[in-house]
Design a protein. Structure first.
Length: 171
Protein backbone atom coordinates (compact mmCIF):
# COMPACT_ATOMS: atom_id res chain seq x y z
CA UNK A 1 0.00 0.00 0.00
CA UNK A 2 2.81 2.39 0.92
CA UNK A 3 4.79 1.34 -2.14
CA UNK A 4 1.88 2.19 -4.42
CA UNK A 5 1.53 5.60 -2.76
CA UNK A 6 5.23 6.31 -3.25
CA UNK A 7 4.98 5.31 -6.91
CA UNK A 8 2.06 7.66 -7.52
CA UNK A 9 3.79 10.51 -5.68
CA UNK A 10 7.00 10.07 -7.68
CA UNK A 11 5.04 10.06 -10.96
CA UNK A 12 3.26 13.27 -9.93
CA UNK A 13 6.55 14.98 -9.12
CA UNK A 14 8.04 13.85 -12.41
CA UNK A 15 4.96 15.09 -14.27
CA UNK A 16 5.27 18.54 -12.66
CA UNK A 17 8.91 18.82 -13.67
CA UNK A 18 8.24 17.97 -17.31
CA UNK A 19 4.69 19.20 -18.16
CA UNK A 20 5.39 19.57 -21.88
CA UNK A 21 6.39 15.92 -22.28
CA UNK A 22 4.48 14.05 -24.92
CA UNK A 23 3.41 10.44 -24.97
CA UNK A 24 5.72 8.04 -26.83
CA UNK A 25 5.33 7.76 -30.57
CA UNK A 26 3.86 4.45 -31.67
CA UNK A 27 3.90 3.06 -35.17
CA UNK A 28 1.40 5.15 -37.10
CA UNK A 29 -0.08 4.49 -40.53
CA UNK A 30 1.65 6.27 -43.41
CA UNK A 31 -1.45 8.21 -44.49
CA UNK A 32 -1.44 10.46 -41.37
CA UNK A 33 0.54 13.66 -41.69
CA UNK A 34 3.54 14.04 -39.44
CA UNK A 35 3.30 16.43 -36.52
CA UNK A 36 5.15 19.70 -36.57
CA UNK A 37 8.69 19.75 -35.28
CA UNK A 38 9.19 21.39 -31.85
CA UNK A 39 11.14 24.63 -31.78
CA UNK A 40 14.92 24.16 -31.53
CA UNK A 41 15.20 25.78 -28.06
CA UNK A 42 12.63 23.35 -26.50
CA UNK A 43 13.89 20.32 -24.54
CA UNK A 44 13.72 17.00 -26.37
CA UNK A 45 10.52 14.99 -25.80
CA UNK A 46 10.71 12.29 -23.15
CA UNK A 47 10.35 8.67 -24.21
CA UNK A 48 8.47 7.27 -21.21
CA UNK A 49 6.99 3.75 -20.90
CA UNK A 50 3.70 5.24 -19.63
CA UNK A 51 1.50 8.04 -20.87
CA UNK A 52 1.62 11.07 -18.59
CA UNK A 53 -1.83 12.13 -19.81
CA UNK A 54 -3.28 8.83 -18.59
CA UNK A 55 -1.54 9.24 -15.24
CA UNK A 56 -2.87 12.79 -14.85
CA UNK A 57 -6.37 11.64 -15.76
CA UNK A 58 -6.16 8.82 -13.21
CA UNK A 59 -4.99 11.20 -10.51
CA UNK A 60 -7.77 13.67 -11.30
CA UNK A 61 -10.45 11.04 -10.58
CA UNK A 62 -11.85 10.96 -7.06
CA UNK A 63 -10.64 8.18 -4.80
CA UNK A 64 -12.80 5.08 -4.80
CA UNK A 65 -11.45 3.78 -1.54
CA UNK A 66 -11.62 5.89 1.60
CA UNK A 67 -10.36 4.47 4.86
CA UNK A 68 -12.06 5.41 8.08
CA UNK A 69 -9.96 5.18 11.24
CA UNK A 70 -11.23 2.29 13.36
CA UNK A 71 -11.33 2.68 17.12
CA UNK A 72 -10.25 -0.35 19.15
CA UNK A 73 -13.18 -2.23 20.64
CA UNK A 74 -11.16 -4.50 22.89
CA UNK A 75 -8.82 -4.21 25.84
CA UNK A 76 -6.02 -6.38 27.23
CA UNK A 77 -5.40 -7.04 30.91
CA UNK A 78 -2.36 -9.05 32.00
CA UNK A 79 -2.53 -10.53 35.48
CA UNK A 80 0.28 -13.12 35.40
CA UNK A 81 2.48 -11.03 37.70
CA UNK A 82 -0.22 -11.03 40.38
CA UNK A 83 -0.66 -14.81 40.09
CA UNK A 84 3.10 -15.39 40.35
CA UNK A 85 3.36 -13.12 43.38
CA UNK A 86 0.63 -15.13 45.10
CA UNK A 87 2.49 -18.40 44.51
CA UNK A 88 5.98 -17.15 45.37
CA UNK A 89 6.10 -14.02 47.50
CA UNK A 90 8.86 -11.61 46.49
CA UNK A 91 12.03 -11.73 48.58
CA UNK A 92 13.29 -8.52 50.14
CA UNK A 93 17.08 -8.42 49.86
CA UNK A 94 17.43 -4.90 51.27
CA UNK A 95 17.45 -6.02 54.92
CA UNK A 96 20.75 -7.92 54.67
CA UNK A 97 21.66 -11.31 56.13
CA UNK A 98 19.52 -12.84 58.87
CA UNK A 99 21.38 -13.70 62.12
CA UNK A 100 21.17 -17.27 63.51
CA UNK A 101 17.87 -17.88 65.28
CA UNK A 102 16.19 -14.98 63.52
CA UNK A 103 16.20 -11.24 64.12
CA UNK A 104 14.01 -11.31 67.25
CA UNK A 105 16.11 -14.00 68.96
CA UNK A 106 19.25 -12.01 68.17
CA UNK A 107 17.74 -8.86 69.68
CA UNK A 108 16.73 -10.78 72.82
CA UNK A 109 20.25 -12.12 73.25
CA UNK A 110 21.72 -8.64 72.79
CA UNK A 111 19.36 -7.08 75.35
CA UNK A 112 19.86 -9.83 77.93
CA UNK A 113 23.63 -9.50 77.67
CA UNK A 114 24.10 -13.13 76.66
CA UNK A 115 26.09 -13.76 73.55
CA UNK A 116 26.59 -16.93 71.58
CA UNK A 117 30.24 -17.87 71.26
CA UNK A 118 31.52 -18.44 67.79
CA UNK A 119 33.03 -21.91 67.23
CA UNK A 120 36.76 -22.18 66.63
CA UNK A 121 36.28 -24.86 63.98
CA UNK A 122 33.38 -26.68 62.34
CA UNK A 123 33.02 -30.45 62.13
CA UNK A 124 31.21 -31.99 59.18
CA UNK A 125 29.18 -34.71 60.89
CA UNK A 126 27.52 -35.81 57.66
CA UNK A 127 30.86 -36.78 56.11
CA UNK A 128 31.84 -38.65 59.27
CA UNK A 129 28.50 -40.50 59.25
CA UNK A 130 28.94 -41.47 55.60
CA UNK A 131 32.46 -42.78 56.34
CA UNK A 132 31.18 -44.90 59.22
CA UNK A 133 28.34 -46.27 57.07
CA UNK A 134 30.79 -47.13 54.27
CA UNK A 135 33.15 -48.92 56.70
CA UNK A 136 30.22 -50.85 58.20
CA UNK A 137 29.02 -51.95 54.73
CA UNK A 138 32.54 -53.06 53.75
CA UNK A 139 32.93 -55.05 57.01
CA UNK A 140 29.51 -56.70 56.52
CA UNK A 141 30.37 -57.67 52.92
CA UNK A 142 33.72 -59.22 54.02
CA UNK A 143 32.00 -61.15 56.82
CA UNK A 144 29.36 -62.46 54.38
CA UNK A 145 32.09 -63.62 51.94
CA UNK A 146 33.87 -65.44 54.78
CA UNK A 147 30.61 -67.16 55.82
CA UNK A 148 29.99 -68.33 52.25
CA UNK A 149 33.58 -69.65 51.99
CA UNK A 150 33.18 -71.62 55.23
CA UNK A 151 29.83 -73.07 54.09
CA UNK A 152 31.34 -74.20 50.75
CA UNK A 153 34.32 -75.79 52.54
CA UNK A 154 31.95 -77.70 54.89
CA UNK A 155 29.83 -78.86 51.91
CA UNK A 156 32.88 -80.06 49.96
CA UNK A 157 34.23 -81.92 53.05
CA UNK A 158 30.96 -83.86 53.38
CA UNK A 159 31.12 -85.06 49.71
CA UNK A 160 32.85 -88.33 48.73
CA UNK A 161 36.46 -87.82 47.62
CA UNK A 162 36.28 -84.27 49.07
CA UNK A 163 34.01 -83.13 46.22
CA UNK A 164 36.58 -83.88 43.50
CA UNK A 165 34.01 -83.85 40.65
CA UNK A 166 32.24 -80.65 41.76
CA UNK A 167 33.44 -77.40 40.20
CA UNK A 168 32.83 -75.27 43.27
CA UNK A 169 34.93 -77.58 45.38
CA UNK A 170 37.94 -77.45 43.04
CA UNK A 171 40.69 -75.28 44.42
Amino acid sequence: MILAGLLVASLMLYAQQAPEAQPPQHAQPAQQPQETQPPPDAPPPLDLPVSLDRVRAGLARPDRLTLQPIAADFSVHIDERERFDKLVPPVDYRSGPVPPGGLYAYEQLQRSGLTQPQPLFLVDLIAIGRGIAHAHAAHSAAAAREDVRRAIDAYCADQPDGGAGIAICGK
